[in-house]
Write a protein that binds this ligand. Structure first.
Ligand code: NOJ
Length: 514
């Protein structure tokens, strides 16, 4: 049964005008197997702060996450930190063994900026940090796994935050210096790079609210300053690679943007307009300047923030302008569209929003409210609902809006509260892969899929309470023992056969070794 009947190649417009036909928990066994294209690749994903530990080992500097998690009182739900995490700083060989067990084509990981540049600046390089990543990369390559390296996954050196972090334009140069150290040291073996993971989450989460470090909570100002600097930093690193390294190293480089799918809560014009505005504020803010033909911020974003700023007596728009040359510099600065996609949200705009948001604020600028459908299966993370059809829709919307770029799904995954028999993760994984195949059949250029995450890890301000791993990690055990969940066996079979077989059951699954 197709999840989204409404999708076809000629009807990529306003896909949400037909209500989503959500596919839920249907008996998997009634569904026919489906094949992935021969050249389709599978991987898993992680990030440095979330798995490495070794927070002060061998000359590593301090990051904004070290600072946030050591605050008293702790902003983390369970009071935990990434000080040890899954201890991948010591257990990377076991990690690679797990990648091998799964039969991954590639593994996405990130570099800890302060492990390589303890002060944040490139005048002093920490050789122990370089060695660690050299060992990890070499171990992966020796086992036939390609590295997909994220340059920045949220652990900014604390020194740079003292200077303002992503709201100080000086970050553009320092980020590029850091990227250059990575191209120099790892570019002989790393052929696929992601500059920055999830710009919107960095800016809104860290500068416009206190959902992520550095917990700045300056909405209406902070996230927009961050946005411009981040786009320019990304573009500068891209241009550096393109001009100085690509010929010699022969790799690809792009950005990973988190894309929620948004559906109007009702058929009203206001809800539909609010939905389009939300897309442009949330992921269009980053995708449009990089991937659209005309470049620059989306019109809806510029107009709304400008109008609100003027109304509120600001001398200029709180969203800084991109100059003509900046627009050109950013436009086209990604070899692929890296997409992190997990879930769907319903959007509305009506009188109930009046007085709901602080003024000024990002949400007041946007003027939209959010809700979900009670029938959508709920993950352990509050924000995570299973809506596979939303993945098909966002893939097709990206294809339509940005001239069918190659799309790399750099994250997708499901959280539980633990346990080795994770049938709900299996259901999510299969339904979302089914949704990817629907999008490919409708013409979307999806090249690879990355499951988040290889193993349980530090889920930011939720600590260790939410588990995304194909492998369970025992955080109470000093050895941080990793055990494959049932979903590992399912994913391994999908990778081995390049086939989505809804009937496959691992033989004699006992939660033991793979
Ligand atoms: C987004 C982030 O990139 C990653 O760090 C996080 O753990 C997952 N999604 C799940 O929330």
């Amino acid at each position: 049964m197709p999840i989204c009947k409404i999708i076809n190649k000629n009807n990529l417009h306003r896909v949400w005008e037909t209500p989503a036909n959500i596919h839920q928990n249907s008996a998997n066994s009634q569904r026919a197997s489906r094949k992935f294209p021969e050249d389709f690749l599978f991987g898993t994903s992680s990030s440095a702060y979330q798995i490495e530990g070794g927070w002060n080992k061998d000359g590593k500097g301090i990051s904004i996450w070290d600072v946030a998690t050591h605050m008293d009182p702790s902003p983390v739900l369970d009071g935990s930190s990434g000080d040890v995490a899954a201890d991948s700083y010591h257990l990377y060989k076991r990690d690679v063994e797990m990648m091998k067990e799964l039969g991954l084509d590639f593994y996405r990981f990130s570099i800890s900026w302060p492990r390589i540049l303890p002060s944040g600046f490139s005048n002093e390089i920490n050789q122990a940090g370089i060695n660690y990543y050299n060992n990890l990369i070499d171990e992966m390559l020796a086992n036939g796994i390609s590295p997909l390296l994220t340059i920045y996954h949220w652990d900014l050196p604390h020194n740079l935050q003292k200077l303002g972090g992503w709201v100080n334009p000086i970050i553009i140069d320092y980020f590029t210096d850091y990227a250059e150290v990575l191209f120099d040291n790892f570019g002989d073996r790393v052929k696929c790079w992601i500059t920055i993971n999830e710009p919107q989450q960095i800016c809104v989460g860290g500068y416009g609210s206190s959902m992520l470090a550095p917990l700045l909570n300056m909405t209406g100002i902070g996230e927009y300053l961050c946005s411009k600097n981040l786009l320019l930093a990304h573009a500068k690193a891209y241009r550096l690679y393109d001009e100085k390294y690509r010929k010699k190293q022969n790799g690809l480089i792009g950005i990973s943007i988190n894309g929620y799918w948004y559906e109007p809560a009702t058929d009203s014009i206001d809800d539909k307009k609010a939905t389009l505005d939300t897309i442009q504020f949330d992921w269009g803010q980053y995708a449009h300047p990089i991937f659209s033909k005309e470049g620059d911020y989306p019109y809806e974003l510029k107009r709304k923030v400008y109008a609100k700023s003027a109304e509120q007596g600001f001398k200029r728009s709180r969203l800084p302008k991109l100059s003509k040359s900046e627009i050109e510099f950013i436009k086209g600065s990604s070899d692929f569209f890296g997409l992190n996609a997990y879930t769907t949200t319903l959007v509305y705009r009506n009188a109930s929003l009046e007085g709901m948001y602080a003024v000024p604020s990002y949400l007041d600028d946007l003027g939209a409210g959010f809700t979900t459908d009670d029938s959508w299966p709920q993950g352990a993370s509050v924000w995570l609902k299973e809506v596979p059809c939303g993945l098909t829709k966002i893939l097709l919307e990206i294809s339509k809006r940005y001239d069918n770029p190659p799309i790399y799904i750099t994250e997708n995954g499901w959280s539980t509260f633990g346990g080795l028999v994770d049938d709900d993760r299996i259901r999510y994984l299969r339904n979302y892969l089914d949704a990817v195949l629907d999008a490919i059949e409708a013409g979307s250029n999806v090249k690879l899929y990355t499951y988040w995450s290889l193993m349980d890890n530090f889920e930011w301000l939720s600590g260790y309470s939410e588990k995304f791993g194909l492998y369970e990690v025992d955080f109470a055990d000093p050895n941080r023992t990793r055990t494959p969940r049932k979903s590992s066996f399912i994913y391994r079979e999908i990778i081995r056969t390049k086939t989505l077989d809804f009937d496959y059951e691992p033989e004699n699954f006992t939660g033991g070794n793979i």
